[in-house]
Design a protein around this ligand. Structure first.
Ligand code: ZN
Ligand code: ZN
Length: 413
């Protein structure tokens, strides 16, 4: 039996925070280059290290990265991003379903894609168009569709004998709409449903009043839905049962909410100031996370802004995001009591020189009252490497925090 006060756990996941040396910053990373007095204080009082989110040199997607941070092995549970994207916009799949993400696109009468995003059409037009596709059943398979942000949507197929091993219909570029095919013999039926759905979406949307109006205005018509990224519902033990903790997530980005929702975390709505973009108000998000800790044992908070700056290849913008992340860390320090174990880390690196995720390890700092001291003093890729956590995997972090929170089970007698 563990004794000691059972503490709460807060994960602060700063999306895409890690980086590589930037020529314009004198060879330093944005974290090394930026003053971060509050994060550094957590480093001095806590323990630090570096972390391979999935495995050394493997660039994670945000979805597989969060699965790993939540203690799951993505190689065992990940079955495509479809279910997470769908869950992120409130379309929850079940075991046996096959889920896709989709684009509203524009095709001509030869079925050639002329605009993959249908002029970045958005609500309320997409909401109207989706209505034309609701309640459909194809060969006994129930079709569920829902609009997402901008030109995005999600599709779930529900029925007997479905298999996610099907190819995309979206050409991912201009060109002909592709015919979905099964990668295995079993998946041929699912592919045929996808193809019939795509054809029906065109038939029902091409003369829809929304598109007639767009044609008049000279805008690209949203006359087809193109599914891609087929996935089946991951077969996982929900996080609260697995870890005996009431758990919630605080995030602005749909896909992160979707991953956490699929893993059984309660998804807490954030105020609209928390956009998930670079202008998001991090202090408000920190307050939402702190409040959630009153009710939950585990809270994961995701802040997207650093990833956006990394994808855009903007080192200066990433530095200014880091300054604001540090203010947020200051707020947490001010408001948090000693009964919380907090971990500051990233879900992956998004180096500005790459403009995409890389397989570099991310910095990690864990703090609670009464830890053994270590030599790390600066929250950065190089600074955290000085600490006694050393180099761990993403799926190890949760157990380390569970143990520091006096919630672990003894292995053996
Ligand atoms: Zn990410
Ligand atoms: Zn990213």
């Amino acid at each position: 039996m563990m004794s000691g006060v059972r503490k709460k756990i807060l994960f602060v996941v700063m999306d895409g925070l890690g980086d590589r040396g930037c020529a314009s910053l004198g060879g330093k990373t944005p974290l090394e280059h930026t003053q971060t007095p509050n994060l550094d204080k957590f480093v001095r009082l806590g323990n630090s290290g570096i972390m391979d989110i999935i495995s050394p040199g493997v660039p994670p997607g945000s979805d597989t990265a969060h699965l790993s941070l939540l203690g799951y092995d993505p190689y065992k549970v990940y079955r495509g991003r479809g279910p997470f994207e769908a869950a992120g916009i409130g379309l929850i799949s079940r075991p046996g379903d096959v889920a896709f993400r989709c684009n509203f696109s524009t095709v001509n009468d030869k079925m050639e894609v002329t605009d993959r995003r249908a002029g970045r059409i958005k609500e309320p037009e997409t909401t109207e168009l989706i209505k034309a596709l609701s309640g459909m059943v194809i060969d006994g398979v129930e079709i569920l569709v829902k609009e997402g942000t901008e030109h995005r949507a999600a599709l779930i197929l529900r029925g007997e004998g479905l298999d996610p091993n099907v190819t995309d219909t979206d050409p991912h570029d201009l060109g002909n709409v592709l015919t979905s095919v099964g990668r295995t013999k079993n998946a041929a039926f699912t592919a045929s449903i996808v193809n019939k759905f795509v054809r029906t979406s065109y038939e029902r949307m091409k003369e829809h009043p929304v598109n007639i109006l767009r044609r008049k205005k000279g805008l690209p018509e949203a006359n087809i839905l193109l599914p891609r990224g087929a996935g089946s519902f991951p077969d996982i033990l929900p996080f609260p049962q697995k870890n005996m903790m009431k758990a919630a997530c605080v995030a602005g980005v749909g896909m992160i909410k979707g991953i956490c929702g699929v893993c059984g975390l309660d998804v807490i709505d954030v105020p609209k100031e928390c956009t998930g973009g670079v202008d998001t108000d991090m202090i408000i998000k920190a307050d939402v996370a702190l409040k959630a800790l009153n009710k939950y044992d585990f809270v994961l908070m995701n802040v997207k802004a650093a990833d956006v700056a990394g994808h855009d290849g903007k080192p200066e913008q990433k530095c200014s995001v880091i300054s604001r992340l540090d203010d947020m860390a200051g707020r947490l320090m001010e408001m948090m009591d000693g009964n919380v174990v907090v971990a500051f880390t990233a879900d992956h690196c998004t180096p500005v020189s790459v403009g995409d995720h890389s397989g570099d390890p991310v910095p990690v700092t864990v703090y609670t009252e009464g830890m053994v001291s270590d030599n790390a003093t600066k929250f950065s890729e190089s600074g955290c490497a000085e600490g006694r956590i050393g180099r761990i995997r993403g799926c190890d972090l949760l157990q380390i925090c569970i143990d520091l929170a006096n919630r672990s089970e003894k292995f053996g007698a």
